[in-house]
Design a protein around this ligand. Structure first.
Ligand code: NAD
Ligand code: DAU
Length: 340
């Protein structure tokens, strides 16, 4: 049985990837390494807590800790690494960039060194469309060959990591892939990100803080579609190649929030326009022709269907949500939104 080391597997996309693999691709063992920051939540994988250790194992570990990682990777005889671990929230990176550069760049490098030392069969770097920067309304969608023009400390750290990953391929012949996906949504997303934050506020009849005019556009992808794409890249991607992954669902933030309110049957009067995010990217759009042509992948979930599923998931998992809305979260919320 081959073993995949998944990093950041207690976070939003990482935990969805672990669920996806353990349900759909039982031929792999999954070893999950996560530092358990504020965003890492063991409840995301509760059903695997006392699972068969030959199929799933968890280690609390920082990806910047080369020695511990190497020990784990040797002990578990890993064949592949999929690196989801990161500091992922743009607003936090504006508030305090330091940890973003440490985890996202140096953490990735420590993992690359492990991969190199053990002759790993494939290293997948989970990057983001934000590395390309911002589009105007009329611009064509991002393609993989565009120059990187990140605008936030978060996206700059992800772009830097992409360059280091690429260099390990060119210099050391490490078999890598980089995936660049658009905005994910779905179960287990921490309520600092747009969709779960708006759902949680609306459920509590709290104001919905839309930045600026709400005209900024994002391309939304249901998280399971992203997970399937990552699996296909791992299995069939050409070493050294970069793959864009998109949801074919561009919409403005204001429109998205209105759609959520409709599903939740809550009034539009909850919407409040607040001070804009500094350096706020206007639009992201993904051209995913390459992965479609080479790996026959396309997103399956329509936005309306995915949003309905997601709202229902949060309604049915209020205990999960309530555990997150603790003192630390409320402090964060006040810092970011009070007097904004
Ligand atoms: P998340 O913040 O929900 O989860 C990140 C996980 O990484 C957490 O479990 C956290 O504990 C862990 N982590 C953080 N620092 C660590 C460290 N030093 N060592 C080990 N573990 C650490 O993030 P997410 O939204 O699931 O994003 C996962 C990846 O996908 C990130 O690399 C992000 O850049 C990328 N991405 C996210 C989106 C999106 O819409 N959320 C879109 C495209 C790409
Ligand atoms: O595009 C991929 C990226 O998507 C990932 O790389 C990031 O990890 C992920 O956080 C996400 O970045 P965004 O900045 O696009 O996501 P966020 O949910 O923070 O914001 C989405 C949009 O909504 C953005 O235009 C800012 C706006 N927004 C966000 C919040 C939290 C608001 O208007 N109000 C809010 O309260």
């Amino acid at each position: 049985m081959e073993t995949i080391l998944v990093t950041g597997g207690m976070g939003f996309i990482g935990s969805n990837f672990v669920h996806y693999m353990l349900k759909n691709h039982k031929e792999y063992k999954i070893v999950n390494v996560d530092k358990l920051t504020y965003a890492g939540n063991p409840e995301n994988l509760k059903e695997y807590e006392s699972f068969d250790e030959n199929l799933y194992k968890f280690y609390k570990c920082d990806i910047s800790d080369f020695e511990s990682l190497l020990q784990i990777a040797k002990r578990e005889k890993i064949n592949y690494i999929v690196n989801f671990a990161a500091e992922s929230h743009v607003d936090r990176s504006i508030d305090n960039p330091d940890i973003f550069l440490k985890t996202n760049i140096l953490g990735t490098q420590a993992l690359l060194n492990v991969a190199r030392k053990l002759n790993i069969q494939r290293f997948i770097q989970i990057s983001t469309d934000e590395v390309y920067g911002s589009l105007k309304f009329e611009d064509p969608a991002f393609t993989e060959d565009l120059p990187l023009k990140p605008n936030s400390p978060y996206s700059a750290s992800k772009a830097s990591a992409d360059l280091v990953v690429r260099a390990y391929h060119k210099t050391f012949n490490l078999p890598i892939n980089i995936t660049r996906c658009s905005n994910n949504y779905g179960p287990y997303q921490f309520p600092e990100k747009l969709i779960p934050l708006m759902i949680n506020n609306a459920l509590n009849d709290k104001e919905l803080p839309v930045y600026g005019t709400g005209e900024n556009i994002r391309d939304w992808i249901f998280v399971e579609d992203h997970c399937e794409a990552v699996y296909l890249v791992l299995k069939e991607g050409e070493p050294g190649e970069i793959y864009n992954i998109g949801g074919n669902s561009e919409t403005s933030n204001l429109n998205l929030v209105k759609r959520l309110l409709k599903i939740l049957n809550k009034p539009k009067s909850l919407i409040t326009f607040v001070k804009d995010r500094p350096g706020h990217d206007l639009r992201y759009a993904i051209n995913y022709k390459k992965i479609k042509q080479e790996l026959s992948w396309e997103p399956k979930t329509k936005l309306d269907e995915g949003l309905k599923f997601t709202v229902d998931w949060y309604l049915n998992n209020q205990e999960w949500l309530n555990h997150i809305i603790n003192e630390e979260y409320l402090k964060y919320y006040d810092k970011m939104y009070k007097n904004r």
